[in-house]
Design a protein around this ligand. Sequence first.
Ligand code: ASP
Ligand code: SER
Ligand code: ZN
Length: 624
Amino acid sequence: MKRTLLTSAAVLASGVLMSGCSWLGLGMDPAATSTAPTASADASTQWPITAQGAADFVASAETRLAELSEFVARTQWTRATYITYDTMWLESRANAQYTELQVELANEAAKFKDVAGLAPDVSRKLDLLRLGIVLPAPNRPGAAGRLSDITTRLDSTYATGKFQHQGKQITLDEATVLMAASRDPAETKALYEGWRTVSPQMKDDYANMVAIANEGARDLGYADVGALWRSGYDMEADAFAAETDRLWNQVKPFYENLHCYVRSRLNEKYGDAVQPETGPIRADLLGNMWSQQWGNIYDVVAPKTGGEAGYDMTALLVAKGYDAEKMVRTGDGFYTSLGLAPMPDTFWERSQITRPEGREVVCHASAWDLDNLEDVRIKMCTQVNGDDFYTVHHELGHNVYQRAYKDQPFLFKNGANDGFHEAIGDFVGLSALTPTYLNQIGLLDRVPGPEGDIPFLLQMALDKIAFLPFGLMVDRWRWDVFSGETSPAEYNDAWTANMLKYQGLTPPGPRPANAFDPGAKYHIPGNTPYTRYFLAHIYQFQFHRAACKQAGWTGPLHRCSIYGDKEVGARFNAMMEMGQSRPWQEAMHAFTGERGNDASAVADYFAPLNVWLTEQNRGKSCGW
Ligand code: ASP
Ligand code: SER
Ligand code: ZN
């Protein structure tokens, strides 16, 4: 995740040291949090409604946002890495202030929309002033404070969530490791259900938050928050939604093939009583708390012959004595091999790489840009395993992008779209997981020959292809929630229905009447839009295919690594330097020569595996 400053809520992750409700009053007093900057009350009189007035207004807006954003970012960092009543109080107030500034500027920007002769950059920035708000507050006193109070509380509940497991209180990071390794369906069911006991208490807050933010979105001229989110892709909101359908239909047959194969292997291992041969897959059997990436159960589904040509990243890291810092240094080494500058000293001094002892922190991995210039950092609770080796590359990708666009004007310091931001590190990860690269850096002793291709591709598909429907369903749920199609009473059933519809999954048992399962996934209480990850799972393959072509690679795409290729690095950096200054289609074109979203790169990468899966599934009845 990139921690997004230009939002009211994605930044509001927070947690609490105390249990119970003693802290619920935080930020509840609207007067305490509604400290809108005052200089702007009569801003409309300051800027004539002309092209020059618009340019002057935008320049002033960028100055004000830049100044407040650094203050807010440092407040947020402090709170996210040291959660106390006071840091929460400070952050909540800072966020409300930032939201109020954003809303004020968005309303002001709207006044210039019919002005003739706007410079193209000014016109784009006027749009971005509206589109950059993830959860807008209504334009009335106290609303931003009320909204930030709720979002703080939602995120707090997630960050500090714990549950009883085998006589011990465990955290999400502990549960994640157990879920990855357990092959006992009774235990995976207990972990699945146990973690979901943290979220029922979020439901009322969530419903109230939806109502307030929708009011804010309507004030800005959008039907609801979902419509606002869908508007950020340099195309009509409806066209964007249709585009995600189109992409999903391109990749769905492949997902169904993978689903069919995995279901059959789970059935063989666990028997009909646990995993029937037909219908949905039991969601807790896939090695991940949200069944969003399935790579952790490679051992269960490995090809029956030749599967040993695969290798276990966690085992390699442990065998070679890696610790968390070495994993991050290794990630940095990949980027520098492309000719990019190493992370600055301050990155190493100020990042949170492992979970600190003795205080509560937000553990969900994120990448930060504190000063919009050089002060970039990651915040993780890194563990020595394959998933986090990958996540380190992912997070560093955000920092590399942030640094590349640092000379853009403030409103263009962002990804070409949010999917690009998520795709940078994933793209690098596609090279960094190749056996050739792992061998070059001494992690893997021997590069498997062609017999390693299917095991490798299967391992990759368990993560990348399995993710696609999850990447889609999270916001499909939220779009319906924001539009009112799904009422609060229907929240959980709609979530379960989406799991079935998109992923072909079912919970391990009936869900309790008070369940709020969406709240047990970080990005829901954290209010981070999720379609970005779906897009990133397409873009990273477009980038990879283009990069390998530039590198002159003619072998199979999954064997290609761009490690050490400074020319590809320079071209990639040129795209990143554009930030959000141009429509994303131009950024895509600058690097790949392609202008749109194109899932054919996914098909190209996995082609041999799809053939193999089709063969394995022969005679089976697939689907659910
Ligand atoms: N699992 C992380 C996510 O939410 C990886 C990341 O931090 O981006 O995006
Ligand atoms: N990082 C995102 C998540 O945790 C996508 O993998 O959900
Ligand atoms: Zn990310």
